[in-house]
Design a protein. Structure first.
Length: 405
């Protein structure tokens, strides 16, 4: 076997990435502070920051306070305003294209009209998404696109190019990444495909951790019901890749109703959004206005006291609480975050008889108070995708093509 070893360019790229990711964490910092945080020599930081300044990946902080005594100490922060990352998230009956620059600032957001029946034609959907991305690129002037992240409500095959199973779209083994990429210009840092559950979990985790007193949060279980039933687990601050991502196909009723996946008694047969909407008498709203609007109407009718809507929601809450209790036992999270229409019923879920909620807790949020509604809405997953892509690019700027972009 041939030997593999680091060369100077590898070490330099690692150190450049270390400076960038440290600045991203600190938001801003003087060279001496960066040296202390990274363990690199002051002279190395001087040389590395010169490279990053030349490539417009960092910039001097504009609003530095004046020094009372001695020489003014220059602080640096991430720049990269001339570069952008694109994300496109597809859900049932809704989609969005979002662009962020390298600082994480949102540059553009465009919701795309799309209808996705259970037998949605992959070619038609891919064209709609690609057209939406192309239109967004046309509106982004003065920036160079680096990457495209595609997010879908389903499982992804090991080739990271194929949607292996998205039953809510009626898709099995669809080469979605290829179908979209073929309709667009090349992206220097590539086109990527991922499922929505873990990415939404990461985005919601990051949003929670940014709140006052939450910086040490590390373990979260995210559960959403909007397009099917999805989940994600954050363990020690990282996505737990082997965790339960498709809780909708856990068997909860042995010998129960036949599921589209071929088994009987899956969770979605008793609490899928489509099931809940149907029980609530909202089939016409679903057909005419789409699933997101039907779920919004469900929440409104429950709050107005509509008997059918309340009964449908109460049964769904019962099943979701069982799922949450099982997840708490499996993953021991500090907090549980509820996405999709479940966010509106966080209090109802917490009010059910105490079981595992007492094991939750971080900081001032303990027990039932650690079961919280999601912060970021229906398109949290694309935000998670762009955040993780940005961190990946910053960690290896030469390999990512940032030094020549």
């Amino acid at each position: 076997m041939p030997r593999t070893h680091l060369v100077n360019s590898d070490v330099r790229d690692h150190n450049l990435g270390l400076v960038l990711t440290t600045l991203d964490r600190l938001r801003r910092g003087a060279r001496a502070e960066i040296a202390l945080e990274t363990g690199l020599a002051r002279s190395a930081i001087t040389n590395l920051s010169a490279v990053l300044l030349e490539n417009r990946l960092v910039r001097p902080v504009a609003d530095q306070p004046p020094q009372r005594v001695g020489r003014r100490i220059e602080q640096l922060e991430i720049d990269g305003r001339h570069l952008c990352l694109i994300g496109a998230q597809l859900e049932v009956d809704q989609a969005v294209v979002v662009a962020h620059d390298l600082t994480g600032r949102e540059l553009h957001r465009d919701e795309i009209p799309v209808r996705t029946p259970r037998d949605a034609d992959p070619e038609t959907v891919a064209k709609t998404i690609a057209d939406g991305v192309a239109a967004s690129l046309d509106r982004l002037t003065g920036v160079s696109p680096l990457s495209l992240d595609l997010v879908v409500p389903g499982g992804i095959a090991r080739d990271a190019a194929t949607v292996s199973c998205a039953l809510d779209l009626g898709w099995i083994d669809v080469p979605y990444r290829t179908l979209v990429a073929a309709r667009l210009p090349a992206f220097p840092a590539g086109v990527h495909l991922a499922g929505d559950g873990s990415l939404a979990a990461y985005a919601e985790f990051a949003a929670l951790r940014a709140e006052p007193g939450m910086a040490g949060l590390s373990d979260v279980f995210f559960l959403k019901s909007a397009t099917g039933v999805g989940a994600g687990v954050i363990s020690e601050g990282q996505i737990l890749r082997s965790a339960l991502h498709a809780p909708g196909h856990m068997i909860v009723v042995p010998d129960g109703e036949q599921c589209e996946c071929g088994r009987r008694g899956c969770f979605v047969t008793v609490a899928d959004p489509e099931v809940v909407v149907r029980r609530a008498g909202l089939t016409d709203v679903r057909r005419e206005r789409g699933l997101p609007m039907a779920l919004d109407e469900l929440v409104r009718r429950v709050r107005d006291g509509d008997p059918a809507a309340r009964a449908a929601a109460e049964e769904a809450v019962f099943w979701f609480r069982i799922l949450i209790d099982n997840a708490n036992l499996m993953y021991e999270p500090q907090m549980v975050v509820l996405g999709g229409y479940l966010a509106a019923f966080a209090a109802e879920l917490a009010d059910l008889p105490e079981t595992t909620l007492s094991t939750l807790g971080y900081g001032s949020r303990q027990g039932r108070d650690a079961l919280v509604p999601a912060r970021l809405g229906a398109f949290a997953a694309v935000q998670g995708a762009l955040t993780l892509r940005r961190l990946e690019l910053l960690s290896a700027p030469a390999r990512s093509g940032l030094l020549s972009a």
